[in-house]
Design a protein. Structure first.
Length: 149
């Protein structure tokens, strides 16, 4: 049980890191297109800064948003697995993708049709974030303890 909690927390970290780094990279790509100098050092320091600032300040930390969405999706997947015969890896991957799909879909509805997550402003960004959730879900399903599998 404790191992599964650690795996869940690692999954939240992975998905949050992918979300934050995607947002940072897309912002830096825009700055670069405006002829602003963007170096590798700026890239890494910006990602580190955004990981702290997007999770430490503001109304809702990104990790908390991801954790709640994944927790709900994984709970639904766990219940669904009692009736559906599918590999847990794929079930949790689908659940993780659905969790990020819900975040990407519901965030604009809550904020007057504005995409608060900068990385989700384009269709490619939305697909990337949903794939990040699916990757996190696959990681979670793959690493569940043998008793749970």
């Amino acid at each position: 049980m404790f191992k599964n909690i650690l795996i869940f927390l690692a999954t939240v970290f992975i998905v949050t890191f992918l979300l934050v780094s995607h947002t940072t990279v897309t912002n830096l790509m825009w700055l670069s297109s405006m002829d602003m100098p963007v170096t590798i050092a700026i890239l890494f320091t910006s990602i580190a800064h955004d990981m702290v600032s997007m999770n430490g300040s503001g109304a809702v930390p990104a990790a908390a948003l991801v954790a709640v969405a994944l927790l709900i999706a994984f709970a639904v997947a766990r219940i669904a697995l009692k009736w559906i015969n599918i590999s847990r890896r794929y079930a949790y991957a689908i659940a993780g993708g659905c969790a990020l799909f819900a975040i990407v879909l519901l965030m604009p509805l809550a904020f007057y049709n504005l995409d608060i997550i900068a990385g989700a402003r384009s269709a490619i960004g939305k697909v990337y974030l949903i794939a990040s959730g699916a990757l996190g879900g696959y990681y979670f399903g793959f690493n569940l303890s043998k008793k749970e599998n």
